[in-house]
Design a protein around this ligand. Structure first.
Ligand code: WTA
Length: 698
């Protein structure tokens, strides 16, 4: 399964310095631990669990499960009989047992350069206890669902861990989602309370979050679900704020000045919000409630399989799925992956640029880092604001050692060349990471050569909202890297590649990526719809968890994600991955970004329709078109003939930056029925692409 030997040539190695201190310093060590994790999971995970506090110990085997729909209901249980509390493990244990009370948990960096705060583990524990008491005073109990709709502020972490402390289930909705999407998620999980903020800045743009939240709550009321409470944090409004009673009578409660002493400076150079809509029947002020709350709160001890959180992810039918994670397995998996994949050391400053509204932020901003007593940067802003050097400026400011971002951010910054990167030293960086989509080798090389100056290994981490944490990933000091490959499985994970008939393929092959058994962090169900969980992930190939991704295994045993399986194209009987064609296109210096979709073809089955975004200053013409066709043909073979190329100044993306291929397929085939576009960041892009479709494809 894991090869005995890995190649020495045409691969990249972590530096010798890194190997000296690394948790897993060699491929041999990785292999030995991997075999142990599969053959003896109780011992392997038992050792991880030793580092945490358990109110009661497990009674049975570490994992119990059924993965085969033909044998009955699918279930996954981990550490049955054990009970714990994650907020206790992330905070009290670090403060009291590990003596990390004065260690900085987060350096908060606001949207405006210079807006900054720091919060230590002790301060975080205090705030979490206070807010947990606030939630209790509002009647929130163990098992209740709480919706959180907030910008990237420390209070978002406080809100989520306060839920965890009292055993309530958080459902975080990314603050870029619309009122309709928020309402849909509140209704699906029947949340009893919403936590939000007045607003926030995204670059120059002010987002009136409370206005959107109010609209969502009104929609909930209209649908017969009157949510009783909404707690609002003041983040960008003037103090005291003028409160406008959106639902008169005039405000009875007010939202006074921020009472707490904060460490750091917040200089608010942008105009503040002067008015915030306020519904006295429902709205409560975060600061007022916190002011009177005790900072001691006994944690609620939870069973291993009690629900921890719900996070919605898009489903192929358009209706989002509420992915449910549970307490013990998720905690252990986040902690172990964070420690080993980023090779966490106590003096690290770690930075993940994701938003906590997505799974990457849940697992690798909140749970994984805090479980390890890490110091992290929590960034509210954008990589391009106020200029395209912002990320590197922050790396130097906080001496960031481990940096984790998405390929889309790298490709975006690549367009501006090396100068904005080289304006800053980046000497502190040791390990770089990527997540979210396949990284094309050209972007990988740029990240490696320009950002990391050939010094830092890149961990290309493949995983999903459903998997809870990394499942295929290099270990930075152990795994020789191939640009674009997520390499090998993490401990406890057994991947396989299946063909259309569900047969496991051996050796070099390409097909469906599946997993043969659960690991502690795998999702347990789709909230309120276990049948959908079984149908989506277990029905197609009984006995396996189906990722929905295509995958290739090369002659050295390395795994390469080829993109969602629905992005696989079958051209004249040959499977072709869109990611492969895109990578070939992006290697051309005129192309900044490319997206390829299939368009039905009467002879070949499918033809390739390509959308290309050109580098600044390049104009599209027939010569360039010919060059691109030649390049892809040369790179992949005659089967990869580009039938249509469309110059696309912008691509339709979700708010998290993922290209929405489903929409591109509609544009390619000129189908105007777009289905659910609630996750689309900018709809004008789609209109423009429709108007400028390839004339030959009419
Ligand atoms: C894709 C994000 C290639 C994949 C953590 C997966 C990747 C989907 C990688 C999950 C990677 C994520 N290489 N593809 N390193 N990481 N993906 O649920 O298609 O937002 O199924 O979780 O992103 O996206 P999700």
């Amino acid at each position: 399964m894991i090869p005995d030997k890995v190649p020495n040539e045409n691969v990249f190695h972590g530096s010798m310095d890194l190997k000296k201190e690394a948790h897993i310093p060699s491929f041999e060590k990785y292999k030995e631990m991997y075999v142990n994790s599969i053959e003896n999971p109780d011992a392997f995970w038992g050792a991880v669990a030793k580092d945490f506090f358990w109110k009661t110990k497990p009674t049975g085997q570490f994992l119990d499960y059924n993965f085969d729909v033909t044998k009955g209901e699918i279930f996954i249980k981990c550490m049955e009989g054990a009970s714990t509390n994650i907020s206790y493990n992330l905070l009290d244990r670090n403060v009291y047992e590990k003596k990390l009370g004065d260690k900085i948990a987060f350096f908060w960096e606001g949207n405006e350069p210079g807006d900054e705060l720091t919060v230590t583990y002790r301060e975080l524990l205090k705030k979490v206890c206070q807010f947990a008491n606030v939630l209790k005073s509002q009647g929130v109990k163990k098992g209740d669902r709480v919706s959180i709709y907030m910008p990237m502020v420390v209070e978002l972490v406080v809100a989520m861990l306060a839920c965890v402390r009292i055993g309530a289930v958080h459902s975080i909705v990314f603050a870029g989602f619309s009122a309709g999407s928020l309402c849909e998620r509140i209704l699906d999980s029947q949340c009893s309370l919403l936590i939000t903020a007045d607003g926030f800045y995204r670059g120059d743009k002010l987002i009136n979050l409370k206005v959107i939240a109010d609209e969502a709550l009104q929609k909930c009321r209209d649908k017969g679900f009157p949510i009783q409470r909404c707690i609002m944090l003041k983040h960008v409004s003037s103090k005291p704020v003028e409160i406008v009673g959106a639902h008169s009578p005039p405000a009875k409660r007010s939202c006074p000045d921020l009472q707490e002493k904060q460490t750091g400076k917040v200089k608010k150079t942008r105009p503040l919000l002067q008015q915030v809509p306020w519904n006295p029947e429902v709205d409560l002020c975060w600061h007022t409630l916190m002011h009177g709350a005790s900072d001691e709160c006994e944690p609620e001890w939870c069973e291993s399989e009690d629900p921890l959180f719900i996070l919605y992810t898009s489903g192929s039918t358009g209706r989002p799925k509420g992915v449910l994670h549970t307490v013990s397995g998720y905690m252990l998996y986040c902690a172990a992956t964070f420690k080993m994949v980023f090779d966490h050391q106590s003096d690290d400053v770690y930075w993940c640029t994701a938003d906590i509204g997505w799974i990457t932020g849940h697992s690798y901003i909140t749970y994984g880092p805090l479980a390890n007593g890490a110091t992290s940067v929590l960034f509210e802003g954008l990589p391009t604001y106020p200029d395209v050097s912002r990320l590197w400026e922050i790396v130097d400011k906080y001496h960031v050692t481990k940096f984790y971002t998405a390929p889309t951010a790298i490709r975006l910054l690549m367009k501006f060349g090396v100068e904005p990167v080289q304006k800053y030293k980046r000497e502190s960086l040791k390990i770089l990471g990527t997540v979210g989509e396949p990284i094309n080798p050209e972007a990988w090389q740029w990240y490696y050569n320009v950002v990391g100056e050939k010094r830092c290994p890149i961990v290309d981490t493949f995983w999903q909202t459903e998997t809870g944490g990394h499942v295929l990933t290099p270990l930075p000091a152990a795994t020789p890297m191939k640009p674009g490959s997520a390499t090998f499985p993490f401990f406890g994970v057994i991947p396989a590649i299946l063909n259309e008939s569900g047969e496991e393929l051996e050796g070099p092959s390409e097909g469906y990526l599946v997993f043969k058994q659960p690991w502690p962090g795998l999702m347990r169900t789709v909230y309120g719809n276990h049948q959908r969980f079984e149908t989506t992930y277990f029905k197609k190939f009984p006995g396996y968890y189906v990722t929905g991704d295509g995958c290739r295994r090369d002659e050295d045993g390395y795994y390469w994600i080829t993109g969602r399986i629905d992005d696989m194209l079958n051209v004249s009987g040959h499977l072709l991955s869109t990611a492969e064609v895109e990578s070939a296109l992006v290697e051309h210096k005129a192309v900044a970004e490319a997206a390829v979709v299939g368009r039905p073809h009467p002879v070949k089955g499918e033809s390739l329709y390509c959308f290309v975004t050109l580098t600044n200053g390049v104009t599209y013409n027939q010569n360039l078109e010919a060059e691109l066709k030649k390049q892809v043909r040369e790179k992949i073979g005659a089967i990869a003939t580009l039938d249509y190329i469309q110059n696309a100044p912008g691509l339709p993306k979700t708010r998290s930056g993922k290209i929405m291929r489903r929409l591109l397929r509609k544009i390619a085939s000129n189908e105007k029925d777009l289905g659910d576009i609630s996750t689309l960041a900018d709809s004008t892009v789609v209109e423009q692409l429709f108007q400028e479709r390839c004339s030959t494809a009419m």
